[in-house]
Design a binder for this molecule. Structure first.
Ligand SMILES: Cc1cc2nc3c(=O)[nH]c(=O)nc-3n(C[C@H](O)[C@H](O)[C@H](O)COP(=O)(O)OP(=O)(O)OC[C@H]3O[C@@H](n4cnc5c(N)ncnc54)[C@H](O)[C@@H]3O)c2cc1C
Length: 383
């Protein structure tokens, strides 16, 4: 029976970047349960794929710092942009931070597919489990058994099951006694407790905020929805929020006391937020919407919480809405320079299945691509 040199499990972002960087002399195959490659890349960033970010550092990731830094040093944002440019893809920068494909994610997918042409594809094939014999791996799939000298697990996280996502990567780790953190939804909207139901009434409104969670401050738009809160600032905050309080500054670019100073107008008229939000916010912090000059000492101290509105979210919108899964194979289990399992030689883990998760803004593709190149470089030297 045929034994591949390398079998890549999953046919998403990290798998294709890994295949693209392997020397073409190897016998490589990709196994994926979808009928097409890169299904998440296709729909990402509203179909235009937020590939990476102008500002990239290990600070933008929830994960082991050294592991992330090693990957970013090996294949940085500039390396990624150079690779794309060499292949005729010239991403645009939006909001001075986010690199997106100009027209569609296909620009990126086509490059990855072009470089992976030499790879044998096993599509519409579900991976069931992986075992190791004395000199090869056996991968049991819905279409039979595949064998390989080395295996790269690139099966991603658990969110968006409709696109083929599963936690098979963790099952594989478990069967080899490799430790992992269970997946949980991240880059996801947050639900609110009864005291913040006023936010749900504002569904559709958004505003620029600073959200403090743990030791991070996320600076972006927040969107009110009928389920709770969402938008870029909240999605990134969800990466660091496990439970307990978060704090929102609703006027990060202003000082509420400078705004009201000497004004004869109503409070809600001087607060530079949508009127409905200003009124609801004043209500929430127990301040009456009166003329600014009539504000007394007690009201002033309550008004301060416009810059520091503290509350505990109830939970999140779940895996069906989460852009990524937090958790995965623990950093301790992997050789940082190869992403090979310390316990099982020849078994590598890359992309979202590893316990590294990026903030919103192209960081998860950057991690998928950087980790993929670390692994490909190591495999190129290993035969
Ligand atoms: C709606 C949405 C929008 C996003 N937008 C962005 C964005 O703009 N920028 C950004 O940086 N990140 C974005 N992400 C996150 C990004 O898509 C992922 O982090 C990235 O794709 C991870 O790459 P990966 O190769 O690890 O996993 P994936 O790309 O998810 O690939 C894993 C592959 O494995 C396959 N697979 C899983 N289980 C099995 C099994 N049992 N058998 C066979 N095949 C299996 C899956 O079908 C999938 O094709 C977005 C995610 C979503 C859901």
């Amino acid at each position: 029976m045929k034994i591949y040199d390398i079998l890549i499990l999953g046919g998403g972002a990290s798998a294709l970047m890994c295949a693209s960087h392997l020397e073409k002399k190897y016998n490589v195959a990709i196994v994926d349960n979808n009928s097409k490659l890169a299904s998440k890349v296709k729909i990402s960033g509203g179909g235009k794929c937020n590939i990476t970010n102008v500002f990239v550092s290990s600070e933008n990731f929830d994960g082991e710092k050294q592991l992330v830094e090693n990957a970013l040093d090996t294949f940085s944002r500039d390396d990624l942009l150079d690779f794309l440019e060499l292949n005729g893809v010239d991403p645009v920068v939006r909001k001075e931070r986010y690199y997106f494909c100009k027209k569609s994610s296909d620009e990126l997918i086509d490059v990855l597919k072009k470089h992976s042409k030499y790879v044998k594809l096993h599509l519409e094939t579900t991976i069931k489990d992986v075992t190791k014999t004395s000199n090869s791996f056996e991968v049991k799939t819905s279409q039979g058994i595949l064998r390989a000298k080395k295996v790269v697990v690139a099966t991603g996280g658990k969110s968006y099951k409709t696109l083929g996502a599963s936690d098979i990567g963790l099952d594989i780790a478990k069967s080899f006694h490799i430790d992992y953190q269970e997946f949980s939804p991240a880059l996801v909207g947050l639900t609110v407790q009864k005291e913040q139901f006023w936010m749900k009434e504002l569904s559709g409104l958004s505003c620029y905020v600073h959200i403090k969670v743990e030791d991070k401050t996320l600076k972006e738009e927040m969107l009110f929805t009928h389920k709770g809160i969402s938008g870029p600032a909240v999605l990134s905050a969800s990466l660091y929020w496990k439970k307990g309080n978060i704090s929102v500054d609703f006027l990060p670019n202003h000082n509420i006391f400078s705004l009201i100073k000497g004004s004869k107008k109503l409070l809600s008229s001087v607060i530079p937020l949508p009127k409905r939000l200003s009124k609801a916010l004043l209500d929430a912090i127990d301040v009456r919407d009166i003329e600014c000059k009539k504000i007394d000492h007690e009201m002033r101290s309550k008004l301060e919480s416009i810059h520091d509105y503290i509350f505990a979210p109830a939970g999140n919108f779940g895996f069906t809405k989460a852009e990524v899964s937090r958790g995965g194979i623990l950093a301790d289990e992997l050789e940082y320079k190869t992403l090979e399992s310390k316990k099982v030689k020849g078994l590598h883990f890359i992309g979202e299945v590893v316990d590294v998760t990026g903030e919103l803004g192209g960081y998860n593709f950057q991690w998928a691509f950087s980790s993929a190149v670390v692994c490909a470089n190591a495999l190129n030297k290993s035969f």
